[in-house]
Design a protein around this ligand. Structure first.
Ligand code: 5GP
Length: 328
């Protein structure tokens, strides 16, 4: 059997290139996302992950203020979901989430009535009949008025299927997440750098690289590989703007932040009462990181610098010029 090689962010590096960029301030990291009827710009191509220890309204509002975006999680009642959405200051620049079973129709309708326009349908295995049925229902119900980002997938075949189901963006990444156990529990995964390259090579809609960014420079690698934006939970874990439920009291009576996978046993216990599947995520204590606003500014600074190292003043130029080396 001929096995192909696949690479993660840690396996590759960006090769410097002649640059006539005079200052990093002339570099733009703007990207465009949206539906067929309505485009919007992210000045910083970062979206905080739709996880219950990462993104509620406070995270979205601070990231929006800086020009990035956030994805509200769905692990709450429909009523609370709408309440959280209503606290978002710029609803046009945030994402809401729905799953593919039980309450997704009611949740989508309630959020739509509240004014939500950007939807993420994400499940562990997005290349599936459940995804097809959900996306088709959303399109029929809300036409092209809403943006649909669907995932997670990792293969060109999945990208082509999702496109044929009429999605506006595709979320790529199975197994790279920092609190993910899928690769250990199931043996199924795909190193994220290659997944982005393979998917963006065939995709006509934006690719969102989800999970696995550890260093700020991984964002540049994702975008260089063809992603339009990056989703991260890790970068924003432990920041001042995480939801209240992400705080614990330790044995010294100090408040400590946790970060947990949505398929960790701890998270699943709060979502469903019985029939818990084998966990594919874990829960970890994380360090306090200060404001998410500062973190996202640091990421944006690193990204602008990456562009200037390869002689690019914007994302299109960066993607055309960037060359990667393999570490080993
Ligand atoms: P990170 O930024 O921590 O590397 O990755 C965040 C991403 O991990 C999320 O956006 C989501 O796609 C994925 N994720 C979240 N929870 C779980 C989980 O419990 N198991 C797995 N396999 N992936 C998860």
């Amino acid at each position: 059997m001929d096995l192909q090689k696949y690479y993660g962010y840690e396996d590759v590096f960006i090769i410097p290139n002649y640059s006539n960029v005079l200052t990093r301030n002339e570099v733009s990291t703007d990207v465009t996302l949206g539906s067929k009827e309505r485009a919007f710009t992210l000045k910083i191509p970062i979206i905080s992950a739709n996880m219950d220890t990462i993104t509620e309204n406070r995270m979205i509002n601070i990231l929006n203020e800086k020009g990035a975006s956030g994805a509200l999680h769905r692990f709450m009642s429909i009523e609370d979901n709408v309440k959280e959405f209503n606290k978002v200051i710029n609803p046009n620049f945030c994402f809401v989430s729905i799953g593919t079973n039980s309450d997704y129709k009611d949740r989508a309708k309630a959020l739509y009535d509240a004014g939500a326009l950007n939807y993420i349908v994400d499940i562990a295995h997005g290349h599936s009949l459940m995804m097809k049925n959900t996306v088709e229902w959303l399109r029929k119900e809300f036409k092209n008025k809403i943006m649909i980002m669907a995932g997670n997938v990792t293969t060109p075949e999945a990208v082509q299927d999702l496109e044929s189901w009429n999605v506006d963006a595709i979320k790529v990444g199975i197994g790279p997440g920092s609190v993910c156990l899928t690769k250990d529990v199931t043996g199924v995964t795909m190193p994220i750098f290659s997944a982005i390259q393979n998917c963006s090579n065939v995709s006509r809609v934006p690719i969102i690289a989800d999970g696995g960014c550890k260093a700020y420079g991984d964002v540049a690698k994702a975008i260089g590989a063809g992603a339009t934006a990056v989703m991260s939970g890790y970068f924003f874990s432990g920041t001042d703007e995480i939801p209240e439920k992400a705080w614990r009291i330790d044995n010294k009576n100090q408040q400590v932040p946790i970060y947990r996978g949505m398929a960790s046993s701890e998270a699943m216990k709060t979502i469903r009462k019985d029939n818990l599947p084998t966990p594919e995520g874990k829960s970890i204590l994380v360090e306090r990181k200060g404001s998410a606003g500062h973190i996202v500014e640091q990421i944006a600074g690193g990204l602008r610098s990456s562009y200037s190292y390869v002689g690019a003043t914007n994302t299109r130029e960066f993607q055309a010029k960037v060359k990667f080396g393999l570490k080993r």
